[in-house]
Design a protein around this ligand. Structure first.
Ligand code: NAI
Length: 454
């Protein structure tokens, strides 16, 4: 039996961040991962998608500038998918080495294999990894999530059904693709495949795309994506996966669609099976492991972080939950504030939201005002994206005059999110923001402009 202070199951963002932090706190840590270090985020999610979207952004920008007669001799150009995949793999390999290096530096023991929670022995947590037995005072479960799948048999279909992890092994861009679900994966994938020359149709069962975003911004987002040639149908979903065609319920009407591939991106579900959770006395259901604001489960020495908790399934949520869990293990009280977690679509244009929305203010009886401006108020943005029609919106507490929420659609938004988070977390008033010196010209100046509006 190998003894540790902390065992972590899962080597994705939640697990590796917790391991690194715990190691630097002087804890003896064992991290168990059955697949690849970095989890879905690095290997089949956020990072390779960002590789795709970087290419899409370049294509979009060249097309935009070409329409403005900026280039003298560019005719047709296309994406070389093999080159994109190779570039992605190079990035993944390097980042994986980076994680390994950081864990080694923190003194973390990495075990490759299937972890299973075994019955406790003498009050100690026990975890088996294949034939090995590990024990520890504390456990963090960070087993992540998996795609929600449709029960479709592909045998008789003339098109391919794909899920997000398979997006990064597609060696050829399909001529036509239907994407089911206009959430973050669906829309980011739509942006790339559209830029790569594929005819993309997105079906969303809700009345608007990008659920969770400010409704005005989401509507504008839909229009901008449609202007780029992406076909988007809200109140729509697949009724039947037939042989040669898809039968789609398009806002109440039956429509047959011919396609080469169907990407299902209707959400993810926590991984709560396959590692002995059901035999433990840790509370959970299919929506995730129950944790409190200190990321602790119903058991004092068992914590969970990342997608397995079912809360704001984002890599940066996992990082923050990991930090909170380690602080608590180290005896420092710490609590997570989900309200400060930014949500980002890395499409062109990017879309962000952080803090309270108008809807949440109404629900929470918080007095508020909103201010909004087109991004053309930023000279830099206008120079770069003349025709975009993007905008930013600020939610302000009408009594304290502090910024409590912010949404924006426009490139550069993802880098601005942190500045807004600092403002909201530190309860800066619009007067405080007015006194900050923003570099000119920058896209972030839109915050200054919003604060200065009378
Ligand atoms: P999601 O929850 O963001 O979106 C799923 C969408 O599918 C929703 O709009 C929903 O209304 C729709 N939908 C559900 N059932 C449907 C049906 N039968 N027909 C048509 N539409 C249907 O889930 P998504 O996009 O799969 O992403 C999964 C997770 O991955 C998310 O939790 C996300 O946070 C994470 N992720 C985040 C990224 C980022 O932060 N940029 C990038 C990639 C993944």
């Amino acid at each position: 039996m190998k003894e540790y202070d902390l065992i972590i199951i899962g080597g994705g963002p939640g697990g590796y961040k917790a391991a690194e932090l715990a190691g630097h706190c002087g804890l003896k840590v064992a991290l168990v991962e059955k697949g690849k270090l970095g989890g879905v985020c690095l290997n089949y999610g956020c990072i390779p998608l960002k590789g795709y979207l970087h290419v899409a952004r370049l294509v979009n920008e060249v097309n935009e500038l070409r329409n403005d007669n900026i280039f003298s001799d560019i005719d047709a150009f296309g994406i070389n998918q093999t080159g994109v995949l190779e570039r992605n793999q190079y990035v993944i390999n390097n980042l994986q080495q980076g994680i390994k290096y950081k864990l080694q530096k923190a003194g973390v023991a990495i075990f490759v294999g299937n972890a299973k929670i075994a019955p406790e022995q003498g009050g100690q947590i026990t975890v088996t990894v294949d034939n090995m037995c590990l024990s520890a005072k504390n456990l963090i479960i960070a087993t992540g999530s998996k795609e929600i799948r449709f029960p479709v048999s592909e045998e008789k279909l003339s098109y391919r059904i794909i899920y997000s992890d398979e997006l990064f092994s597609l060696t050829r861009i399909p001529t036509r693709m239907v994407i089911v679900g206009a959430g973050v994966i669906g829309l980011e994938a739509a942006d790339y495949f559209n830029a790569a020359g594929c005819e993309v149709t997105v079906l969303e069962s809700a009345p608007e795309i990008a659920g969770g975003m400010d409704p005005d911004i989401a509507a504008l987002f839909r229009k901008i994506l449609q202007r780029k040639g992406i076909r988007i149908h809200v109140n729509s979903t697949v009724k039947n996966f037939g042989g040669k065609e898809l039968l789609v319920d398009m806002d109440g009407e039956d429509v047959h669609i011919t396609t080469e591939a169907v990407l299902i991106a209707v959400g993810r579900t926590p991984v709560v099976e396959g590692y002995g959770l059901e035999k433990s006395d840790i509370n959970y259901n299919q929506d995730g492991i129950f944790i409190d604001e200190s990321c602790r489960t119903n058991k004092l020495n068992v914590f969970a972080c990342g997608d397995v908790t079912g809360k704001f399934m984002l890599a940066h949520t996992a990082y923050e939950q990991a930090r909170i869990a380690i602080d608590n293990i180290m005896g420092k009280e710490a609590y997570i504030n989900y309200h400060l977690i930014p949500k980002v679509y890395y499409t062109s244009p990017e879309v962000i939201t952080i803090g309270l929305s108008e809807k949440e203010c109404v629900a929470g009886d918080i007095p508020y005002i909103t201010r909004e401006l087109p991004l053309t108020y930023s000279g830099k943005y206008f120079a770069e994206h003349k025709k975009d029609g993007a905008k930013a919106k600020m939610v302000i507490d009408s009594l304290s005059k502090t910024v409590i929420g912010f949404s924006m659609i426009g490139d550069g938004a993802s880098e601005i999110a942190l500045a807004v988070e600092l403002m909201i977390a530190n309860k800066l008033s619009i007067e405080d923001i007015g006194k900050l010196v923003f570099p000119h010209p920058t896209v972030g100046e839109i915050i200054h402009e919003l604060a200065a509006m009378g």
